[in-house]
Design a protein around this ligand. Structure first.
Ligand code: ADP
Ligand code: SF4
Length: 700
């Protein structure tokens, strides 16, 4: 039963010609499925609708080939094929009683049009962000064309069955934001200069859209309220408020956020839940229309507080809805401890940035709903009555245990330590990573409710212990151990160490033993560990230098939108940074670095060297058991997570789920998942391209 203090979250909200069934709203978010995987996209959004969100929106839908985000996966609304693909999505969302929202978008000069090769468009002639080309300044004919494309896309969205149509002016990714912003708009005609001129195009597009589809569809504007770029840009409380005040009652809803993406999708390492409130707090003062906002909301108490204090009317969630598509249903049913809270790691963002379908650390089923038939809440019944022994309660073992428990297996989970969680337990104690413990907490919470899952703490299992249990299926989740010899991504042999050299691994630092400074942290891993350990050691008062063969600190975190923030924080903490240098030797009291370009060497003082390079899978138990498979005591032996393939926490969780889902299931085919059917079949035919007014004039 729902706790009455959350009743306010289930009040209906008038929303233009529609009424939202509650205040839970899945705002647009990218997912890397793109136009090429329409069935996966539809199934993923359909599960969200099933989870109780009042509205489920797409990500950016490009309205025209002059906005082509290749190589990033994109969804588009260019032609009848796109309409057919998106119809799958609106049907899937409507099946569960939610509204479907379409985020119409044009990337202006933020895209590169590498597939379509159309010229880039911008308010002002400006170099592209990505390629050595320039965007041209739109003339009046271009502006008229753009308005026509947008109107046509709105009509298409309505025809496809979308209930909410977005006008998008946010994320520093969108033509309309570029017109609004002084930083980007240097025009001297009626579309540039004073604010009334810079808002002109947005006003026109809102009017066009309302006119085209506003009778039955709600028209929402997603807009940047602070560009986080100082007084040159849009600032909260100044132009950010004034823009909305000047258009206050024109659209049916305002969806407000800060930009760019790294400021909007902050990780838990840098910002806590509700971090956009200082920027969004004045919007309701200037409009009576519903205000939607985000801030990695996972706590219903925080959501209630936002509504009661008049900050937001509608609780926008992207990552919280990825981590738990059933969040609203769980609040409604009074099952708060079942909510799988987002940990704010941005693995979901990283997969998009890498051009791949979405992954999530907390929810291994996201993006797998169609492909593998997984569901975040429903599990296949057990394929046999066999008991299962899982050794190791890190993220892989815990996920496997909870999923097998839900399938109905008798599960025994043995863990060497007193506390559960494995690497998550250790890493969440590092500076900034506290919320990562949610990976453990949710799984342990689920397991504790299952009478068919038994946990054995402080139970280090030997091969004899395993065999003595006589459990038919044994799954090893024994994790991995950081190397101490320097072998890693760039160095495929141990780094020479002289007598007296102190070489430590990240595990040594996490164990908390005494470490003598100055410390050299050598990061050949590129993800978070090098930067986090450098900060952790610096906070212990040690002198720290971070050296890496990469040009940037924690270079891979570009994909999680954290890199600039990490490097800034590292530098501001007084940590010395030596980029583009490999570690070539360690001595007592010093280390030798070599420039990756010139090979030129130099020595840094270091009484301790922490090597963040690679991990070895803990394979001992597997090696001791592998030739006993098939005997009476043990029929099947499997490995999951880091002891099978060291990787991220996300890959460990996924690995645990993969084996749990597949146990005793017949193999469907060689890849084990469904690929996407070809959406359309049509003959090659002569094609007459659409000409734009500006092209025609150029041809005259
Ligand atoms: P993963 O990321 O794959 O889940 P972790 O390193 O996080 O791996 O977790 C592995 C867990 O396995 C740790 O908690 C560790 O204590 C436990 N473990 C390792 N070897 C044994 C063993 N022989 N018996 C019981 N537990 C073990
Ligand atoms: Fe949250 Fe991380 Fe999942 Fe993204 S990947 S939704 S940030 S838990």
């Amino acid at each position: 039963m729902r706790d009455p203090r959350y009743d306010i979250l289930f009040e209906p909200v008038p929303f233009g010609p529609l009424t939202l069934r509650n205040r839970f709203y899945q705002v647009p978010h990218c997912n890397g499925l793109g136009a090429g995987l329409p069935y996966s996209h539809a199934a993923m959004r359909g599960v969200k609708a099933e989870g109780g969100w009042a509205a489920v929106c797409t990500e950016i839908l490009s309205i025209h080939p002059s906005s082509d985000s290749t190589p990033f996966p994109q969804v588009k609304l260019w032609d009848a094929d796109d309409e057919r693909s998106l119809r799958l999505l609106t049907d899937a969302v409507h099946e569960h009683g939610a509204y479907a929202g379409a985020e119409l978008a044009h990337g202006g000069w933020a895209v590169a049009n590498r597939y379509t090769r159309e010229p880039l468009l911008s308010p002002t002639e400006i170099p592209s962000r990505r390629d050595p080309i320039q965007a041209r300044a739109m003339d009046k004919a271009d502006i008229a064309e753009y308005r026509r494309w947008h109107r046509r896309a709105a009509l298409r969205a309505k025809a496809v069955g979308f209930d909410i149509v977005y006008i998008y002016a946010a994320d520093d990714l969108e033509l309309l934001q570029f017109f609004l912003s002084r930083r980007r708009n240097h025009r001297d005609d009626e579309y540039g200069g004073v604010l009334a001129n810079r808002t002109r195009l947005l006003r026109e597009v809102i009017e066009d859209t309302k006119d085209a589809i506003g009778d039955t569809c709600a028209v929402a504007v997603r807009i940047t309220i602070d560009e986080m770029s100082g007084p040159d840009g849009i600032c909260a409380g100044e132009e950010g408020r004034d823009i909305i005040a000047s258009l206050a009652e024109l659209p049916d809803a305002w969806d407000v956020k800060v930009s760019g993406w790294s400021n909007d999708s902050e990780t838990s390492r840098f910002k806590q839940e509700g971090y956009q409130e200082p920027y969004a707090c004045y919007i309701k003062q200037v409009t009576t229309k519903p205000v939607i906002g985000t801030g990695r909301f996972t706590s219903p108490d925080t959501m209630v507080s936002q509504v009661r204090r008049g900050i937001l009317d509608v609780i926008g969630c992207a990552r919280p809805s990825i981590a738990d598509p059933f969040l609203p249903r769980k609040v409604e049913e009074g099952r708060l401890d079942d909510i799988r809270e987002c940990i704010g790691c941005n693995i979901c963002v990283s997969t998009y940035n890498l051009g791949a379908p979405i992954n999530c650390t907390q929810n291994p089923t996201i993006g797998e709903e169609y492909k593998r038939g997984w569901h975040p809440e429903r599990y296949r019944a057990a394929g046999s009555g066999d008991a299962v022994l899982i050794v190791g309660a890190g993220p892989a073992g815990l996920e496997c245990a909870q999923a097998l428990g839900r399938r109905g297996y008798q599960v025994h989970l043995a863990e060497a330590g007193r506390e559960l969680g494995g690497r998550v337990l250790r890493e969440s104690k590092l500076h900034g990573l506290g919320q990562w413990i949610r990976v453990r907490d949710w799984r342990v919470g689920q397991i504790e409710k299952m009478p068919n899952v038994s946990m054995y703490r402080e139970s280090t299992m030997t091969a004899d212990d395993v065999l003595a249990m006589e459990v038919p299926t044994v799954i090893l989740a024994t994790g991995a151990t950081w190397r101490r010899d320097g072998f890693g991504r760039r160095n495929h042999k141990a780094i020479p160490a002289e007598p007296g050299a102190v070489m430590l691994s990240p595990d040594d630092v996490m164990d908390g033993g005494a470490i003598e400074g100055p410390v050299l942290v050598f990061d050949d891993d590129d993800y978070y560990m090098g930067g986090v350990l450098a900060e952790t050691l610096r906070r212990r008062g040690l002198e720290v230098v971070l050296a890496t063969p990469s040009p940037l600190v924690s270079a891979w975190t570009v994909n999680t939108l954290e890199q600039e923030k990490i490097q800034r924080q590292v530098l501001e903490a007084g940590i010395g940074v030596v980029a583009n240098h490999n570690l070539v030797a360690v001595r007592a009291g010093s280390a030798e670095l070599a420039c990756v370009f010139t090979g030129r060497r130099h020595t840094v003082a270091a009484r301790s060297v922490v090597l963040v390079t690679a991990r070895r899978s803990n394979a001992g138990l597997y090696d001791a058991l592998s030739d006993r498979v098939g005997q009476r005591e043990m029929r099947t032996l499997l490995r999951i997570g880091d002891c099978f393939q060291p990787g991220t926490i996300s890959t460990a969780v996924f690995g645990g789920r993969r084996v749990a889902e597949g146990l005793d299931m017949p193999m469907a085919d060689i890849v084990g998942f469904r690929t996407e059917p070809v959406a359309t079949e049509r003959p090659l035919r002569p094609f007459v391209p659409e000409l734009r007014t500006s092209d025609l004039r150029a041809a005259e």
